[in-house]
Design a protein around this ligand. Structure first.
Ligand code: BGP
Length: 481
């Protein structure tokens, strides 16, 4: 009997690794010719949320505010050291994002910024030297500010052409080094944090829903044009979409709750239905009609969407969601959750109020695979926690090991269910700036970074207990959890 080479339930070649975003790690926010991006205008504190939802349209820098993306963890200068640590854990892949404004400082410059192109060349070379596959996000919450000021960002159809030029530039430059791409990070976040997802700013009295869905259409067209260009320039590459996923549970078996849970999931699936099935679903057309929305489309759009769908479905999973039609239940919204989820009495939550639901990971993976029947790529999963260094300089993050162990086990169950998952890049393999709060204390890493919420610290990297644990998970291809 042929001995199974791989005793694990994870397939040979499973892409174990970690995920980062340029704006949350690089720092050097104006170095090497980089232009300002939307996230560079977002300080920590309560103002951050108002900016995230597009309610603030004046961004005069305030020296009393702290802007976490300006230095982040200085990955721009530390990437070789950090990649060596990732290699020590045995990473097969590292998800990073390219900052559009490093390549085109204004987003639509006549010629690309060579220093920016060279930085990512060096970064990819370092990864390949360690046999780590680069997995590249083209837009991860960082729109060039000039495009916001001059065009209203993704409100404008002009952004489609600018993004296509950016896409063709990086595909051509990195075609021999990068074989896994994805277009917009958590494209559905446009609905919940429109400035973060698409650089949208709303003026008093504007129809925000109309603006959001017109901007979404522009991103969906830009994504399809990028898919087309990627397949032409790098025929052996895979390019995917990416959503913030997490099945929505109905609070009761009341059909109204179940219908509302379906509607909530469709808010996110809408984007992926277009990117993966190639057309606007009927429920979206009804939504536009019922809400008097008119989405401006061009003649080429329908055919472009139909003929250039994604190769895989990338997604982040942190938590499931729960919804209800009962006003009493709805009063109790889970804090820190952009999806307006209510508390699920069967589940614990993290320090930041995010539900902890490993079984939900298996449910969500099955839900996505049932719907799209395309390979899935888990490109974010992890636990944000306020890690402490003890007197001996040790960080015993057993809670993170426990969270990840349970989630990886459930991901394995999904694979046993027949779900085709090609990789798992856990979020923040090294401590980085939190997207929602801008905090450093919301730590995700296997590696601790000496930096606090105010940007103070030596930036020293220290392995946590989870470093060796994840190293053994990868070495055993997911068998030793
Ligand atoms: C997702 C983003 C990531 C990351 C993650 C964790 O929305 O794609 O950029 O930030 O959430 O969220 P946070 O950093 O707010 O804890």
């Amino acid at each position: 009997m042929k001995r199974r080479l791989n005793m694990s339930i994870f397939p040979e070649g499973f892409l174990w690794g970690g995920a980062l975003a340029a704006n949350q790690v690089e720092g050097a926010y104006l170095e090497g010719g980089k232009g300002l991006t939307t996230v560079d205008l977002m300080p920590t504190g309560e103002k951050r949320w108002q900016i995230a939802i597009g309610k603030i349209d004046s961004f005069t820098p305030d020296e009393n505010e702290f802007y976490p993306s300006h230095k982040a963890i200085d990955f721009y200068h530390h990437y070789k050291e950090d990649i060596a640590l990732f290699a020590e854990m045995g990473f097969k892949a590292l998800r990073v994002s390219i900052s559009w404004a490093r390549i085109f400082p204004n987003g639509n410059d006549e010629t690309p910024n060579e220093a920016g192109l060279q930085f990512y060349d060096d970064l990819f070379d370092e990864l390949l030297k360690h046999k780590i596959e680069p997995v590249v996000t083209m837009a991860h919450f960082d729109v060039p500010v000039h495009l916001v000021e001059a065009y209203g960002s993704w409100k404008s159809r002009e952004l489609v052409g600018f993004f296509e030029t950016y896409a063709k530039t990086i595909f051509t430059r990195y075609k021999d080094k990068v074989k896994y791409w994805m277009t917009f990070n958590e494209i559905n976040m446009l609905l919940h944090m429109p400035f973060v997802g698409a650089g949208l700013v709303f003026k008093e009295g504007e129809n925000e829903t109309q603006i959001k869905y017109q901007a979404a259409h522009h991103q969906l067209i830009a994504s399809a044009r990028a898919v087309k260009a990627c397949h032409e320039i790098i025929p052996d590459a895979k390019i995917g979409c990416m959503l913030a996923a997490g099945q929505t549970y109905p609070y009761t078996c009341n059909p109204d709750d179940i219908y509302k849970a379906m509607e909530k999931d469709r808010e996110s699936f809408f984007f992926i239905d277009v990117q993966s099935r190639g057309e606007y679903p009927g429920y979206a057309k009804r939504f536009f009609k019922d809400n008097n929305l008119t989405i401006e489309m061009e003649d080429e759009d329908a055919e472009l969407l139909k003929n250039h769908t994604v190769d895989y479905i990338g997604f982040s999973y942190y938590a499931s969601r729960t919804t209800s039609t009962d006003p009493e239940i709805l009063k109790d919204k889970t804090s820190g959750n952009v999806f307006g989820s209510v508390t699920n009495p069967y589940l614990e939550t993290s320090e930041w109020g995010w539900t902890i639901d490993p079984k939900g990971f298996r449910i969500t993976a099955n839900q996505l695979y049932d719907r799209y029947q395309k390979p899935l790529f888990v490109v974010e999963n992890g636990l944000g926690a306020n890690d402490e260094i003890n007197a001996e300089g040790i960080i015993n993050d057993d809670y993170r090991i426990d969270y990840l162990k349970q989630h990886i086990a459930e991901m394995g169950q999904a694979i046993e269910d027949g779900v085709d998952i090609i990789g798992y890049t856990s979020w923040g393999p090294i401590d980085i700036v939190s997207a929602s709060t801008g905090e450093m204390k919301k730590r995700y890493g296997y590696i601790y970074v000496d930096r606090d919420n105010g940007g103070n610290g030596t930036l020293k990297r220290t392995k946590k207990k989870s470093f060796d644990w994840y190293k053994s998970v990868i070495a055993s291809n997911g068998e030793a959890l």
